[in-house]
Design a protein around this ligand. Structure first.
Ligand SMILES: *Cc1c(COP(=O)(O)O)cnc(C)c1O
Length: 467
């Protein structure tokens, strides 16, 4: 038989779409999608298969054509139905990784979210009065309990908190801020840009490394509305530096009748210095210094969902609430449920063990070494061709937390024979679920600090598949 005849015969062996839809192995895909969608997938696959046959890339016996179609259909469906946003395993040791969705939530926060997601909720309904209520009460009482502040407000993220605060308190007026604090947080959040969008006028004082109280005082005029301090989250200015303490700035503000607003970013509520993270101010410290308002993220050191929290004086928070912009930055019920559950964990004193960001950061290096040893023992059994060994290293808190903070850890360095480090890294990333690792000194290294114990097996399986 000539090649052409063979090709024609193979093409004729391809069943019609309708006939294929009655094949049990194909019909069962209708459990997960409607027939129209399945028909579309089949057409595409048959088109590709015809092309492969015509161009000589597929020339197996005709009776294997249906199994081939089923196999191609399964792969195609798995690929195109894969969600875009997927969970992954973070073995980088960067605890609050903005690109990886920052804080994984506490179990109770997840449950609270699922509960209100599945059902109706009293989001804006006052159950005792039987009438319309306010969505911003749900987290406020926990924040007041925890921080001793007068009032609190939750918005979608801390950038929104800054925008709302500047717009409410200083639109058309001046805001005084040190040149050393005109920060870019990443993702193009720059204080001068946000300031411009808020309608407030930036009045920068001092120099990058030194700003004195007198610099602020000299800039105060009848147009001044606010003294702003921005926490230098993701960088440090060291050496010949000067910055007035927060309480002095507060005192200066009081002298001139100006509120002092501290954009903290981090949202740290507990003492983290024992874990190797120094100079991370707590929200309580900021409030104790007397600031009128303070803002922070929900998903950085606080360990909750993406949110921006503003706490402080009742009169000012009420003004923020009444700003029409509030409607554009209000959080949804899922965020509020997760944030409230996270705050309740702080309230009951269980945050350090139950909030993943905190429990990961406080995980002692000895415990990590034990886990790493066990991981390596299992690794040597499952993938004898791969070399694993321990090496000292550092985890990174991340998320705008003190940039020089390094938390001592134990790393697992991995050598896969005949795979260069970037190929190993790439294979881990292509795994399902994807696994993200670091490369250090031309080796893939894993930091179990950010890996859940129940994810270790998945990582080992990914290595076992490399040979
Ligand atoms: C991270 C950060 C922000 C922005 O917070 P998001 O929640 O990411 O919007 C604002 N200010 C400071 C000081 C920060 O560290």
């Amino acid at each position: 038989m000539s090649g052409q005849d063979e090709t024609r015969q193979l093409l004729r062996a391809i069943p019609s779409v309708e006939a294929l839809l009655n094949e049990p192995a194909i019909a069962r895909f209708t459990e997960r999608m409607d027939r129209a969608r399945l028909r579309d997938h089949l057409r595409r696959i048959l088109g590709d298969l015809r092309k492969d046959i015509q161009e000589g890339r597929w020339n197996h016996p005709g009776e294997t054509i249906v199994p081939e179609i089923v196999r191609r259909l399964r792969d195609h469906i798995a690929l195109v139905h894969q969600p875009s946003l997927r969970r992954l395993i973070n073995a980088t040791g960067v605890v609050i990784h903005t690109n990886l969705g920052r804080a994984p939530l506490a179990e109770e926060a997840v449950e609270a979210m699922v509960d209100v997601a599945r059902h109706y909720a009293n989001l804006e309904y006052d159950l005792s009065e039987g009438r319309r209520g306010r969505r911003d009460v749900h987290c406020e009482r926990w924040l007041i309990e925890l921080l001793g502040c007068q009032a609190a407000l939750v918005v979608n993220n801390c950038a929104a908190a800054v925008l709302l605060t500047l717009n409410t308190l200083a639109e058309g007026g001046e805001v005084i801020v040190s040149r050393g604090e005109l920060v870019e947080i990443g993702g193009s959040f720059r204080i001068p840009d946000i300031m411009a969008k808020s309608g407030a006028i930036l009045r920068e004082v001092g120099t990058t490394n030194r700003t004195r109280l007198s610099d602020y005082e000299n800039a105060i005029n009848e147009n001044t509305r606010l003294l702003l301090r921005v926490h230098q989250s993701n960088f440090r200015i060291t050496g010949f530096t000067e910055q007035p303490p927060l309480d002095e700035l507060v005192r200066l503000g009081r002298q001139y009748g100006l509120p002092c607003y501290h954009d903290l970013g981090g949202g740290c509520l507990v003492d983290v210095s024992a874990w190797g993270i120094h100079d991370e101010p707590r929200v309580q410290d900021s409030l104790r210094a007397g600031v009128s308002l303070c803002s922070f993220s929900g998903d950085k050191l606080l360990g909750g969902p993406q949110a921006g929290v503003i706490v402080g004086e009742r009169a000012l928070v009420d003004r923020l609430r009444r700003n029409p912009l509030m409607r554009t930055v209000r959080p949804d019920k899922l965020t509020l449920a997760a944030l409230e559950a996270t705050l309740r964990l702080y309230y009951s004193g269980r945050a350090e063990t139950e909030v993943p960001v905190l429990s990961m950061l406080r995980s002692p290096v000895d415990a990590l070494r034990r886990r790493a040893r066990r991981f390596i023992r299992r690794g040597r059994q499952l993938c004898p061709h791969i070399r694993f060994h321990l090496r000292p290293g550092a985890s990174v808190p991340g998320g705008g937390t003190a940039p020089d903070a390094r938390v001592e850890t134990v790393l697992i360095a991995v050598d896969v024979p005949s795979f260069p480090a970037d190929a190993v890294e790439q294979r881990l990333r292509a795994h399902d679920p994807p696994i993200l690792a670091r490369i250090e000194d031309d080796r893939v290294v894993l930091d179990l600090r950010t890996v859940r114990p129940d994810e270790e097996r998945t990582i080992l399986d990914a290595f076992a598949a490399m040979s």
